[in-house]
Design a protein around this ligand. Structure first.
Ligand SMILES: Nc1nc2c(ncn2[C@@H]2O[C@H](COP(=O)(O)OP(=O)(O)OP(=O)(O)O)[C@@H](O)[C@H]2O)c(=O)[nH]1
Ligand SMILES: [Mg+2]
Length: 238
C-alpha cells in the first residue's frame, strides 16, 4: 500500500543501516536497490574488515550519491558492532536495518515503516513467515529462527512470528535509548528484549524473502541461535 500524501514529511527521514562483511557479490546491487527507494534519506554502510574486495567496491560509492556514508572497521567486529556504530550516525527519524545480501527487498520499506509513520508503534518487524509466497524452506535455519522466536514469545509474553528477521525498523530516538552492547548477531534478540523491558509493543508486517545458501554467502550458524536464546534469557533476568 502506498503511503498517503500527508505522511510524506515524516517518511523523508528514513536511515538505512547496513553491516557488510565479505559481500563482494551483492554489495553493489543491494545499494542500487536501496537507493532506488525514494523514501530513503540516508544509507550508512559499515564494512566490517572485509578481505574479499567489498571495501574497495564501497569506496567507489563514496561521492556517487550524497545519501551514502561508508564507515570501515579495520578488524572484523560482527554485525552488532557495525549496526551500533552506524546508529550513532543516523539522522533519520526512522531507522531500518538492512543486510548486504539480496534476501530482503527494499521495496518493502514503505510497508515496514508505515506503522511508525502512522504513530501506531515505535518498533516494527518485517515477518518472513506472514508472507505465504516466500522462498523460505523448512530447513535448519528456519527451525532455528522458529526456536528463537518461540523463546522470545515465552520469555517476554510476545506473539511474534519472526523474531530474528533482519528488517527491524525503529523510531531512531527509541532505538538509541536502549542500552545495547551486542557485537554479533545477538544484537537482534538484545533489541527485542530491551524493547519489551521498556514496555514498547512490536508490530509485525509481512515481507518478501528469498533465502541465500551458505555457498552463496550466508554466514549465520547454529551457534548464533544458541547465543540468541542466551541473550534473551540474560536480559530477561537482568
Ligand atoms: N557473519 C557475519 N556477518 C557480518 C559480520 N559483520 C557484518 N556482517 C553482515 O551481517 C549481515 C547478516 O549476515 P547473513 O549471513 O546474511 O545472516 P542472516 O542469516 O541473514 O542473519 P540476519 O542478519 O539475522 O538476518 C550481512 O550483511 C553480513 O555481511 C560478521 O562479522 N560476521
Ligand atoms: Mg542475510
Amino acid at each position: 500500500m502506498k503511503l498517503q500524501q500527508e505522511d510524506t514529511v515524516s517518511i523523508m527521514t528514513l536511515s538505512v543501516l547496513i553491516a557488510a562483511y565479505n559481500e563482494r557479490e551483492t554489495i553493489d546491487e543491494i545499494l542500487r536497490k536501496v537507493l532506488r527507494e525514494e523514501i530513503v534519506h540516508q544509507v550508512i554502510v559499515v564494512d566490517d574488515g572485509s578481505t574479499d574486495g567489498t571495501r574497495e567496491r564501497l569506496s567507489a560509492w563514496t561521492g556517487m550519491d550524497e545519501r551514502i556514508t561508508v564507515l570501515c572497521h579495520e578488524v572484523n567486529q560482527g554485525k552488532g558492532a557495525c549496526i551500533r556504530r552506524a546508529l550513532t550516525h543516523s539522522t533519520g527519524r526512522i531507522t531500518i536495518i538492512q543486510d548486504a545480501d539480496l534476501e530482503y527487498s527494499p521495496s518493502d520499506y514503505e510497508a515496514v515503516i508505515r506503522p511508525i509513520v502512522m504513530g501506531e508503534s515505535k518498533v516494527v518487524y518485517g515477518s518472513r513467515v506472514l508472507c505465504a509466497d516466500n522462498e523460505y524452506p523448512l530447513d535448519w535455519f528456519r527451525v532455528g529462527s522458529f526456536a528463537v522466536t518461540q523463546m522470545a514469545n515465552l520469555l517476554y509474553g510476545l506473539q511474534l512470528t519472526d523474531e530474528p528477521t533482519c528488517y527491524k525498523a525503529f523510531d531512531t530516538e527509541f532505538l538509541r535509548s536502549l542500552p545495547l552492547s551486542a557485537t554479533g548477531f545477538e544484537l537482534c534478540p538484545e533489541v527485542t528484549a530491551w524493547t519489551q523491558k521498556r514496555g514498547e509493543s512490536i508490530v509485525e508486517v509481512p515481507i518478501r524473502y528469498s533465502k541465500r545458501s551458505v555457498e552463496e554467502g550466508k554466514k549465520i550458524r547454529w551457534q548464533d541461535g544458541v547465543f540468541a536464546i542466551w541473550t534473551l534469557l540474560q536480559v530477561r533476568f537482568k
